[in-house]
Design a protein around this ligand. Sequence first.
Ligand SMILES: CC(C)(COP(=O)(O)OP(=O)(O)OC[C@H]1O[C@@H](n2cnc3c(N)ncnc32)[C@H](O)[C@@H]1O)[C@@H](O)C(=O)NCCC(=O)NCCS
Ligand SMILES: Nc1ncnc2c1ncn2[C@@H]1O[C@H](COP(=O)(O)OP(=O)(O)OP(=O)(O)O)[C@@H](O)[C@H]1O
Length: 205
Amino acid sequence: MYVIGLTGGIASGKSTVARRLVEHGAVHIDADKLARRVVEPGTEGLAKIREVFGDSVVGKDGTLDREALGAIVFSDAAERDKLNAIVHPAVRRLSSELFAKAEAEDPDAIVVYDVPLLVEAAVDHPFDLVVVAHAQKKTRVQRLVEERGLSGEHARARVDAQASDAERFAIADVVIDTDGSLANTMSQADALWQRIKDESAVRAS
Ligand SMILES: CC(C)(COP(=O)(O)OP(=O)(O)OC[C@H]1O[C@@H](n2cnc3c(N)ncnc32)[C@H](O)[C@@H]1O)[C@@H](O)C(=O)NCCC(=O)NCCS
Ligand SMILES: Nc1ncnc2c1ncn2[C@@H]1O[C@H](COP(=O)(O)OP(=O)(O)OP(=O)(O)O)[C@@H](O)[C@H]1O
């Protein structure tokens, strides 16, 4: 198995790059999706969140009120730490299971682990390659405002709640610059795939 850790700030284009790698044949594991699964109704995760943040972050239908919780944690680092301490260990457990499953199904699988908080969340899985999707802060804020309907203030709070570009560059083997056109991002992802195929072929020989 060859494991790519794919990270980047919010709206940096990680999912876009991951989708392209999946089109080429990679297996996708998405930390954001796992973070949603571990707080579904009936989970220990949701019970702990209710205990720590109160009933106001759980809707009438018993699901997590993501907007209410986001408003608390993206404006206060101490509150964010409390949420991370609940969610991140559960995501680590689930991702380990999925890595093991991917390897059992295909020992030669190329797995892309799409993990926004690779710097912050101390991911303990070893990576063959760390890829950082990067766009300038102003591009990411613009995407959040125009495509996801956030206010400028909320968009900047989310960007500022994450590691800095310098921290991500420090762990990167490859940086994919997504400030340009989508076609340009795709061709960088294609070149990355070729490099990985070459590296995994050399390793297998
Ligand atoms: C606070 C929550 C409820 C807000 O939900 P919402 O639907 O508005 O956002 P969503 O989950 O789609 O996240 C969007 C993006 O926000 C950023 N983000 C999410 N959580 C965090 C965090 N704890 N710290 C910094 N950035 C974060 C990531 O870039 C992520 O891709 C949710 O993000 C959450 O439960 N976060 C804690 C879990 C976590 O750390 N997830 C990130 C990957 S493991
Ligand atoms: N050159 C580009 N490369 C990548 N994405 C681009 C580019 N130009 C515009 N976009 C748009 O920017 C958005 C990036 O979103 P994407 O979901 O890929 O980011 P993400 O890093 O996975 O975000 P999140 O952290 O919120 O999950 C998409 O809507 C995409 O269409």
